[in-house]
Design a protein around this ligand. Structure first.
Ligand code: MLT
Ligand code: ZN
Length: 479
């Protein structure tokens, strides 16, 4: 049984870490205790802030000795409460923020070794400094940390071209629950030496060990981007467009983001200065982006011709091409600020689902029908990374419902039924209830409900093999 840390355990941790290496005052620990969405408010007796892998190892050894639970903590941008301690006040928070060095960059080999506490933006900058790029791209990239990106197998806007975080990893350094360091920090592209152990820790959300560093893949930079915002009738038309763009431009498509008209309207209403390339009444938009390779400068012209032909043929209603870097940024600003617009519009019921792309239109049609019955008048703001099949399928209350009102509470009370309907349909259509945001604490029940029982049993066996006392991020992913 785990209990509250003894005074001796806390004294030992303080002595190990020194003043800079730990925080215990309530004002100092407050920022580690609430998740990004304000779903959870935890407690902790101590936040450990080790500065290197040896110190992380020493902390975990000491926690093992005293049988303390440990909650790894990165940039605190989890959507599922994955980095927040529970309310018991017994769990040690382990912040990786001081492990923030880029240890090595090799532009020729295409590799970069970064520590877990580096922000995603700082890794992108380190790659840019050697005329390469690290392609993971997320709205929260200035704040989120690589350790969290690895632990949650983050996705974002370029997954259709480069895959998820998992696909960008060559090697890992991990501290195991007993303090041993698993050194798999290899930069090899070919390495067939038994089980690929690093995969266990990617997406495990800190429940099996603590990732302290990763060898990442970096790529050549495009010479430029060809970016357009286009108007389509609906999600089916957007999927058909994706097919035609792939036929015409192959793997040069790096972004394909879908915004239904309702998402566009929310952004226009709630985000000052947002771009308005079209009338607010358009049915749906797609942000399309191609990377222009250095040897293919004429691609921008081909893309413009392609869009023109589409509009003339009536397969697209309209198209606006970005004619400058600033215009491109304005299109992305619009896309990236949809979540903020929805938050400003009041309470919402969120889902992060993925489907086989061929079934997206069926999913939207059937869920729209079901939700009209379950939550009459609610606005479905189903936007996101259509190019990889991931929709943030969120609901806002009917227009005019005031924050804190009885109507808003009544809307939020529908969440269990709404989420059940959405996730059941996703499961029926071969999709996932957690595309890119992870399981954390929020979706533990969903994992139990929808995961294949054999897979669930294997997950529990793996967890037990690595963390038999269940001390690593308890209550997250698995119960
Ligand atoms: C996004 O794609 O905008 C995020 O993953 C979802 C969100 O912030 O709600
Ligand atoms: Zn997303």
């Amino acid at each position: 049984m785990r209990g509250a840390p003894s005074a001796a355990a806390l004294t030992a941790l303080r002595a190990l870490l020194g003043a800079e290496g730990c925080r215990t005052d309530s004002a100092d620990v407050a920022r580690y205790l609430q998740d990004h969405r304000h779903l959870y408010q935890g407690l902790t007796p101590l936040v450990a802030r080790p500065a290197d892998v040896a110190a992380v190892s020493a902390v975990l050894r000491l926690c093992a000795e005293h049988r303390l639970a440990v909650v790894p903590h990165g940039g605190n941008t989890s959507y599922c409460g994955g980095a927040t301690p529970d309310e018991s006040g017994t769990q040690i928070v382990l912040s990786l923020e001081r492990l923030n060095r880029v240890r090595a960059v090799d532009p020729t080999g295409g590799t970069l070794i970064a520590e877990a506490g580096c922000t995603l933006a700082s890794v992108q900058s380190a790659a840019q400094a050697v005329r390469r790029r690290f392609p993971l791209s997320l709205g929260s990239e200035g704040t989120c940390q690589i350790g969290g990106n690895l632990s949650t197998n983050a996705g974002g806007t370029s997954v259709l071209r480069f895959g998820m975080m998992r696909d960008l990893v060559l090697g890992l350094e991990v501290v195991l629950p007993d303090g041993q360091v698993l050194d798999q920090l290899r930069v090899l592209r070919k390495d067939n030496t038994g089980y690929d152990l690093k995969q266990l820790f990617l997406g495990a959300e800190g429940t099996l060990g603590v990732i302290t560093a990763a060898a990442l893949k970096i790529y050549s930079q495009p010479a430029d981007y060809a970016t357009a915002m286009v108007v389509v009738d609906d999600i089916g038309a957007a999927v058909a467009l994706l097919g035609r763009i792939r036929d015409a431009f192959g793997d040069l498509v790096e972004g394909f983001e879908y915004l239904p008209g309702a998402a566009y309207q929310l952004a226009l209403e709630h985000v000052p200065g947002v771009a308005a390339p079209f009338d607010a009444t358009v049915p749906a938009l797609v942000l399309v982006e191609l990377a222009i390779p250095p040897a293919l400068p004429e691609l921008a012209i081909r893309f413009e011709e392609f869009l023109q032909a589409e509009v003339e043929a009536g397969t697209l209603r309209d198209a606006a091409l970005a004619h400058s870097g600033r215009q491109r940024e304005a299109f992305w600003f619009l896309r990236e600020h949809v979540p903020q617009a929805q938050t400003r519009a009041g309470a919402s019921i969120k889902h992060d689902v993925s489907l086989p792309i061929a079934r997206l239109a069926e999913f939207v049609a059937r869920s729209t029908e079901a939700l009209a019955r379950l939550a009459p008048g609610a606005r479905i703001i189903g936007y996101g990374h259509l190019g990889d099949g991931n929709l943030h399928y969120n609901l806002s209350p009917p227009p005019g419902v005031a924050a804190g009102s009885a109507e808003e509470s009544a809307f939020l009370a529908l969440k269990p039924a709404v989420t059940r309907a959405v996730h059941d349909l996703v499961a029926e259509l071969g999709g996932s209830f957690s595309a890119e945001h992870g399981v954390g604490r929020l979706k533990v029940d969903e994992l139990e409900r929808y995961e294949d029982p054999v897979a669930l049993q294997l997950m529990r066996r793996v967890k037990h093999a690595l963390d038999p006392e269940g001390r690593m991020n308890p209550g997250k992913v698995l119960r």
